[in-house]
Design a protein. Structure first.
Length: 325
């Protein structure tokens, strides 16, 4: 008879095994995603665009002469995965068609190449050679890379032979059709480098403004009773630095400050040597912060209205300060 503890152990043992297997699969997928290998895929057709099922394709590394072979499927498509960086030749053959060689196909790190091949009708002994010097546009992968030759690596200055310094040589170019529509509209609000600089450099000119008004009132009610009143107002517009000149400006806020001060004095003569002074004062000190993007319609960037309607804009506000004296 099993005890309660042993029963629980057996019950959870399969679940623990599934967790371990899941972690192993996740690690395998992550390792593959971080691979430096490239890939080649495409289709083989005749002059009329008909898929050539069963065409034999051979991929040969022109430096090592190592070759790999695959066969086009029922749709005439072929795939070579995990291709090492280097220069390759690809050959396509099929009975009744001329042999086609495509040379100089360069695979850079993580480059996924799509290359369609067309076979002309003829004998297999006839060969059609295509020079691969023409640029191949990578459409299968949004990442970009560059393959540097040994001659380039030997000639380039590189302190301490740090391979990460060479990453600056690789241009980071993404095809326009892979841009997220919302991201593409957001980018237009961020300025580009200018004035011959490799980065954006701008000096912000702040346009501050402050106004002040004062008013004083004195009145003798009687010989023994005099009153006076004083009012002052201060208002200012204090912006943060404006570097982008648009709603994307870092900070992007305006501080509007309003100060109101009021004082009321009463002087009463009680006797030849006695005076009574009564004073009342009241002041407010309000800070109101407005952002440059306060009235911007987020939906204009491409977000769905069902999403933008739920956005709550929160601005920095300071509670008014009041004082009595």
């Amino acid at each position: 008879m099993l005890s309660k503890n042993s029963s629980l152990k057996q019950r959870f043992r399969p679940r623990g095994l599934l967790v371990v297997l899941g972690l192993l699969l996740l690690q395998t997928n992550l390792s593959y995603a971080q691979s430096y290998h490239g890939g080649l895929r495409g289709a083989v057709t005749d002059n009329n665009g008909k898929a050539l099922v069963g065409a034999t394709l051979t991929l040969v590394n022109e430096q090592t002469n190592v070759s790999r072979v695959t066969v086009a499927n029922e749709a005439g498509e072929y795939v070579f995965e995990r291709v090492d960086p280097g220069k390759y030749k690809i050959t396509a053959t099929l009975a009744g068609f001329k042999k086609t060689d495509r040379t100089g196909v360069v695979f850079e790190t993580q480059r996924q190449v799509t290359l369609d091949l067309m076979l002309a009708v003829g004998e297999v002994t006839e060969i059609v050679v295509i020079n691969g010097d023409a640029l191949l546009i990578e459409t299968s992968n949004p990442s970009t890379s560059t393959l540097l030759s040994k001659h380039t690596l030997d000639d380039l200055p590189n302190a301490w032979r740090n391979p990460f310094i060479l990453s600056a040589i690789t241009p980071n170019v993404i095809p326009a059709n892979r841009f997220d529509p919302v991201g593409a509209k957001l980018v237009q609000y961020f300025p580009l480098p200018h004035n011959g600089q490799s980065r954006y450099v701008e000096t912000s000119t702040l346009s501050d403004r402050a106004d002040q008004q004062t008013l004083k009132f004195d009145h003798e009610v009687t010989k023994a009773y005099k009153v006076s009143a004083f009012y002052a107002h201060y208002g200012s517009r204090e912006p943060e630095a404006d570097y982008y000149k648009n709603i994307a400006n870092p900070g992007g806020s305006l501080l509007f400050r309003n100060v109101h001060a009021l004082a009321w004095n009463n002087i009463v003569t009680l006797g030849p040597a006695t005076l009574l002074s009564l004073r009342y004062g009241y002041n407010t000190f309000d800070d109101n912060v407005a952002t440059s993007s306060a009235d911007f319609d987020v939906a204009s960037l491409g977000f769905d209205k069902s999403f933008t309607n739920d956005i709550v804009f929160r601005f920095r506000t300071r509670r008014p300060r009041r004082g009595f004296s």
